[in-house]
Ligand binder design. Structure first.
Ligand code: HEM
Ligand code: HEM
Length: 278
């Protein structure tokens, strides 16, 4: 995910301007049109505005799916997000113009309510991205994460060397640290941000409680080993904290995406019902 500043300001607010233009033209059409049966979703202006709103919704969906094709390229993704956010927010105001501010307990209003959930979850998502420091959003690209994982692999190799020639007790601690350390996992594990059964913490504890008396080089090796495992533990804490932030940051998508599909389903029913019964 790119920083919110870059996509909100994209091309000098191009899509904010586009969204405002569509909205004010629609408002003008709404105000100046005075159909014989009164303003409603079934006047010609109503049909027109409904069609524009539906077209924008399907376009936002289509781009959401397509975006995966060029997810690695920065510029189009930025433009996509910018258009998505501004046009999506504009829909909150466009649909009431379409229905001439009529709402009821029906499938038409259901489509609008579902859409509102999508829009407000989206706004919440953008707010999260804006509030979280860029050091963490940068991590969403996995650059820092990859570097940290690489560092852990290096530490593991150094641990093996440091334990070489020491009693089995030490080799066992290194094996525990390497085999029993997990990063990520289930959504819940990611959100918790720590692992109570972390192999590295267990290894560090057992090394510190060691009753074996070493001397000379072996003593030095032991000191080195404790230092390495302690450094690895610190690194893991940092990684787990970042993973936690990342998954917190994307929590809103759990609402946004399913409700987007539900909106489309309700919208198709709305359009079908309207043409069937009018
Ligand atoms: C091709 C697109 C659309 C067409 C042809 C269309 C057509 C209509 C028509 C004919 C009505 C009047 C129904 C009546 O008076 O009983 C209406 C009302 C309404 N439409 Fe649409 N519409 C479209 C898109 C949308 C979209 C995208 C939404 C929102 C997501 C929406 C939400 C509503 C609502 C809330 C009402 C008012 C229902 C009420 O009076 O209780 N429509 N629409
Ligand atoms: C009816 C309106 C909307 C629809 C149908 C819609 C639909 C979608 C879909 C299908 C995705 C793709 C998610 C994925 O596959 O990763 C998406 C992503 C996104 N939406 Fe919306 N959305 C709407 C409105 C909004 C609004 C109003 C905002 C914010 C103000 C917003 C913000 C976002 C953002 C920031 C993403 C990108 C998430 C990412 O790339 O990490 N959306 N939306």
């Amino acid at each position: 995910m790119i920083g919110p500043r870059t996509f909100l300001e994209y091309q000098n607010y191009r899509y904010l301007k586009v969204a405002l233009a569509i909205f004010f033209l629609s408002l003008a059409a709404y105000v100046f049109d005075d159909p014989p049966g009164g303003r409603s979703g079934s006047s010609w202006t109503g049909y027109g505005l409904g069609t524009i709103a539906a077209a924008i919704i399907f376009w936002l969906m289509w781009l959401g799916v397509r975006k995966r094709d060029y997810a690695s390229a920065g510029a189009p993704l930025k433009g996509w997000t910018s258009a998505h956010v501004y046009l999506g927010t504009m829909l909150i105001f466009l649909v009431p113009l379409h229905s001439a501010f009529e709402f009821g307990w029906n499938v038409h209003t259901l489509a609008y309510v579902l859409m509102l959930v999508v829009c407000f979850s989206g706004i919440l998502g953008v707010a999260f991205y804006a509030l979280v420091p860029t050091s963490i959003t940068r991590n969403r690209n996995n650059i820092t994460l990859d570097a940290m994982l690489e560092r852990i692999a290096e530490i593991d190799a150094e641990c093996r060397m440091a334990a070489d020639g020491l009693p089995d007790y030490y080799a066992q601690a290194v094996v525990t640290s390497i085999d029993e350390t997990r990063i990520g996992g289930s959504v819940r594990a990611q959100l918790s941000g720590h692992d109570p059964d972390c192999g590295t913490s267990l290894a560090l504890k057992s090394l510190r409680m060691s009753k074996i008396d070493l001397a000379g080089d072996a003593k030095e090796q032991e000191r080195k080993l404790v230092e390495l495992i302690a450094r690895k533990e610190l690194l893991l804490k940092q990684i787990r904290r970042d993973v936690r932030f990342k998954s917190l940051l994307d929590l809103w998508l759990i609402v946004h995406v399913p409700f987007a599909f539900a909106t489309c389903a309700a919208l198709l029913v709305h359009i079908f019902v309207v043409f069937w019964y009018h």
